[in-house]
Design a protein around this ligand. Structure first.
Ligand code: MD3
Ligand code: FE
Length: 219
């Protein structure tokens, strides 16, 4: 995505704020390096198994808490039984800066303490169907960071997985925050545009998405 044509910060729906090109290339490379480390273990990145058979086309690795359909645990019973990597303090601080950028609300940002991150990797064929994220017991916002190839991100409504929805292109470095009335919207990724990333982001191909959340769990 070219910086020649700036894309403005947009509130797509109440509480759903898109901040294009929020991460610098340097920050993107550092995040890619961190994600490569988590992808190798203690719980390796995998195509998540679905309860009715089959696997997701997206590959996922978790930090802080392990997500499997449809719950969070400390250990990855569906992968190798190991405890997931701890959620680092620097990622909490990045989450707070993201909230500040999206909402300009210093007290909301200071109170935000994400404790899990889901890291999704998309090759050119991977997709994510329309779904709601409701396995968290906290209604705190979700922070999403995109790196690599541009995708179509579909933001729907809270009632149905169908129309009305708004399609937004998410490019490398983009931030999206979902809070307030948009926290429980249906959303998905119907398309990844292969080969659209600047290799200087640290990823030669594919798309990486990091979502930070507050599970509301303890222990
Ligand atoms: C809106 N990930 O991991 S990021 C997911 O690009 C997920 O990998 C997509 O949906 C991806 O659950 C979309 C944007 C996003 C993430 C979580 C949300 C939007 C959200 C939770 C609630 C509402
Ligand atoms: Fe989601």
């Amino acid at each position: 995505m070219s910086a020649l044509i700036p894309r403005p910060t947009t509130e797509i729906a109440p509480g759903a704020v898109h901040v294009p090109q929020w991460l610098t290339l340097q920050q993107q490379r550092e995040l890619v390096t961190a994600c490569r480390g988590w992808a190798t273990g203690p719980v390796p990145i995998r195509h998540t198994a679905l309860p009715r058979g089959g696997v997701m086309s997206v590959q996922t690795v978790c930090v802080g808490w392990h997500w499997q359909p449809y719950r969070y645990t400390r250990t990855a019973g569906d992968v190798n039984g190991r405890q997931v990597a701890p959620f680092p303090e620097w990622l909490v601080e990045l989450g707070r800066r993201a909230l500040t950028a999206a909402y300009a609300d210093a007290s909301a940002a200071a109170a935000y303490t994400p404790d899990t991150a889901l890291i999704n990797f998309y090759d050119g064929q991977a997709r994510m169907g329309m779904h709601q994220d409701k396995d968290e017991r906290s209604p705190a916002p979700v922070v999403s960071l995109s790196i690599g190839d541009t995708c179509v991100f579909r933001v729907g409504n809270t009632e149905t997985r169908t129309k009305p929805y708004t399609d937004v292109e998410l490019a490398s470095g983009d931030l999206f925050v979902f809070g307030g009335p948009s926290r429980y919207v249906f959303h998905g990724v119907p398309k990844v545009y292969e080969g659209t990333a600047d290799p200087a982001c640290g990823l030669a191909s594919g798309r990486l998405n990091i979502t930070m959340r507050v599970t509301g769990l303890t222990g």
